[in-house]
Design a protein around this ligand. Structure first.
Ligand code: HPA
Length: 284
């Protein structure tokens, strides 16, 4: 399996999806660990199993079911990916970000990415939602950038700008939506690490000192590929656990706890995502 995905492979995958849905989505959503229930907010859903889509990387993580759900949300046509794949599963960055390019081929111009993250900011509490203002892409900075390899000019330039990866107008709209619904969103910097092991105390201290508010194992590569093509991005982290360097003795991190905390955050996440999609005209 080559590390890089060709334009033809993307087009094949997009053609397959287009042939199995009747909607023409303009908004894409990617759901993180334990956040799959967000797909239930899609009306008149049509479902494609990602295992059937040519060249699609198959998710192996518990809490990620591998479906594309197309339908309407907040009066817009949306395509939801439930079950993303991660670099730590052994896929190349090209495979991890194939779903983004397929969404771009299908006509999506706005992307909402969600994830489960560990909270590094001592003010955060498990269950908080954090809008991503910016990210630190550790694997990317060290060479594992999803745009490594031949640049596909069909999507964007060799050296894409990343000065505003997370759309300020979409963030402002998300804050208004949450406020109208009676809750508050945090906003901070997401540090993307390769995983799959959780961070050591020294790593967490390091991440805090360089200004990260949350840490997780996804999202940044997808956002880089979306921004390369000029797609507008809103990123939302669910603070699933506190990732603090001095945890109470005997408290260790488990994936089960992450999933349980995410389930509690889903109703607020649905409110933000569907509210933003329904009011997109306000962020035009
Ligand atoms: N660290 C990294 N990724 C995560 C965490 C964490 O503490 N929680 C959920 N995803």
């Amino acid at each position: 399996m080559s590390e890089f995905i060709t334009h033809e492979q993307i087009v094949n995958a997009a053609d397959f999806v287009r042939g199995h849905i009747s909607h023409r989505p303009t908004v894409g959503l990617i759901l993180g660990s334990g956040l799959g229930a967000l797909a239930d907010a899609i009306e008149t859903p049509e479902i494609v199993a990602t295992a059937d889509v040519p060249h699609w990387p198959v998710s192996t993580v518990q809490g990620h079911s591998g479906r594309l759900v197309s339908g309407s949300m907040g009066g817009q046509t949306a395509l939801v990916l439930q079950g993303r794949t991660h670099f730590y599963e052994g896929y190349s960055m090209g495979h991890v970000t194939l779903p983004i390019r397929v969404m771009i081929e299908l006509g999506i111009r706005t992307l909402i990415v969600t994830n489960a993250a560990g909270g590094l900011n001592p003010d955060y509490e498990p269950g908080d939602l954090m809008l991503i203002r910016d990210h630190i892409n550790f694997p990317g900075m060290a060479g594992n950038n999803p745009l490594r390899g031949p640049n596909d000019e069909n999507y964007g330039p060799r050296f894409p700008d990343m000065t505003a990866p997370y759309d300020p107008a979409l963030r402002a709209l998300a804050h208004r939506v949450a406020a109208d619904d009676g809750f508050v969103l945090r906003e901070g910097v997401y540090a993307y690490v390769g995983g799959p092991s959780f961070e050591t105390p020294a790593e967490l201290r390091f991440l805090q000192r360089i200004g990260a508010d949350a840490v997780g194992m996804s999202t940044a590569p997808e956002v880089v590929v979306a921004r390369h093509a000029g797609v507008r991005v809103l990123g939302i982290s669910t603070i699933a656990n506190l990732a603090l360097p001095d945890p109470k003795a005997g408290v260790t991190q488990t994936h089960q706890e992450v999933l349980a905390m995410c389930a509690r955050a889903v109703p607020r996440l649905v409110a933000v995502a569907s509210g933003v999609v329904g009011r997109l005209a306000e962020a035009a």
